[in-house]
Design a protein around this ligand. Sequence first.
Ligand code: THU
Length: 171
Amino acid sequence: MSDFCNYSAGFMIDKNITISFKQYDSLDELTAEQRKLLDEAYKAMSNAYAPYSNFHVGASLMDQDGNIFIGANMENAAFPMCICAEGSLLASYSSSGAKSPIVQVAVTASSANQLLDSPVAPCGACRQMLSEFENKQGSPITIILKGSSGPIHVMNSVKDILPFGFSSESL
Ligand code: THU
């Protein structure tokens, strides 16, 4: 067996990571900025190009200077080429040359197949992309998630939706 698999005796340790989020039942409980961002994400959703999944996603962000950016998902007949709303949002922010750190990101979605009555869950790749920006700017990004109806979830950091994220520290 290789050295890599040649373990010495040890003791297993149970470890825990705590993630936390807030659940709100009403938009009234959010700050005015958060309501505005969700509204921008909702409007951006109408720009989604999703003829294959009929799953429309809208995303928005506010930076520290109060600038707002939006994104929507964009599909392709070659399915793996689909771009998520969060990816298009971050590409829009980054390619604009914006330097002001991202403070909050809002994501919402609607499906032609069912009523989304719980918050949308950003896919793993999008969590990783959001994590890159949080790590780069060195300050946490608040994540606001909402379905078509139902509760709203707010996380204080991307780390709360992506524990064990891969980062440049490993490179
Ligand atoms: N989608 C997003 O835009 N964001 C996510 O985090 C999850 C999925 C899009 C990709 C595709 O166009 C559709 O939703 C169905 O997967």
